[in-house]
Design a protein around this ligand. Structure first.
Ligand code: GLP
Length: 246
């Protein structure tokens, strides 16, 4: 696992967008794992800018989102489905059939989780997985305590995660209590992982993931077991890792 640090969120987003574009341009078909949250937003804007200027094609890109809230419809304003279309897919030429996002509303949500995992496997697995990180070290929606061998599954969100995400909802009462998420084992199957971390609120999680052995109290620490991980952080997120030069 290596870390690349930048002075600002803008600089780290430029790096991340270039990294993703390099994959999209270099291969005839790419399976991209995508994340939601505030951190990758600027990266997605830069991909859209590039599409407008350079017409980089996404016809042969297949996407697999990490997670989705349970109990809300795809077209709900706060669904991750809506987020991805409003912040990326509506503005690039990706065919809708290439987009995969777990469904949070289903008669059998556990069956939905199994189906999602098998779709990713059958389509060849994720080539590059983009990750954010929660303040408590969660990746996807895998909260502390999640066993490392879980594939796509249903989780009960912690109060701290619901609180952190409540900024997108009318009030805390509107934040769903459960989510469907790729598991840690699903994430580890990706060939390559790019984790983005920005801001002081992520500093402790970044510190925990780099120090000590992988442990379930900090889900992101499992990435030490993966051979090809790049952590992209701004100086605030990397601030507890001194003396790393930023
Ligand atoms: C949510 C998502 C995660 C994301 C995290 C951090 O919980 N499920 O995938 O990494 O938020 O979000 P932000 O980038 O807004 O801090």
């Amino acid at each position: 696992m290596r870390i690349v640090t930048f002075k600002s969120h803008e600089e780290m987003s430029v790096f991340a967008a270039k990294y993703i574009l390099n994959k999209v341009k270099s291969y005839s078909k790419v399976n991209l794992g995508l994340a939601t949250g505030g951190t990758p937003l600027r990266t997605y804007e830069l991909l859209i800018d590039d599409f407008r200027r350079n017409f980089t094609s996404y016809q042969n890109v297949y996407t697999y989102n990490l997670d989705e809230y349970c109990g809300i419809a795809q077209n709900h304003p706060n669904s991750y489905h809506t987020f991805m279309f409003e912040h990326l897919f509506n503005y690039i030429n990706i065919p809708k059939k290439n987009v995969h996002i777990p469904k949070g509303l289903s008669d059998d949500i556990h069956q939905e989780a199994r189906i999602y995992e098998s779709i990713i496997d059958e389509l060849g697995g994720v080539d590059l997985q983009l990750l954010g990180i929660g303040e408590n070290g969660h990746i996807g929606f895998n909260e502390p305590g999640t066993p490392f061998d879980r594939e796509t599954h249903i989780v009960k969100l912690t109060e701290s995660t619901r609180k952190a995400n409540s900024r997108y909802f009318e009030s805390m009462d509107h934040v769903p209590e459960k989510a469907i998420t790729m598991g840690i084992a699903s994430i580890l199957k990706s060939k390559e992982i790019l984790l983005l971390a920005s801001g002081e609120s992520k500093a402790e999680a970044i510190y925990q993931m780099f120090t000590g052995e992988p442990n379930i109290d900090c889900p992101a620490s499992v990435l030490k077991n993966h051979p090809n991980v790049v952590v992209v952080a701004d100086k605030q997120a990397a601030s507890k890792l001194a003396p790393i030069k930023v």
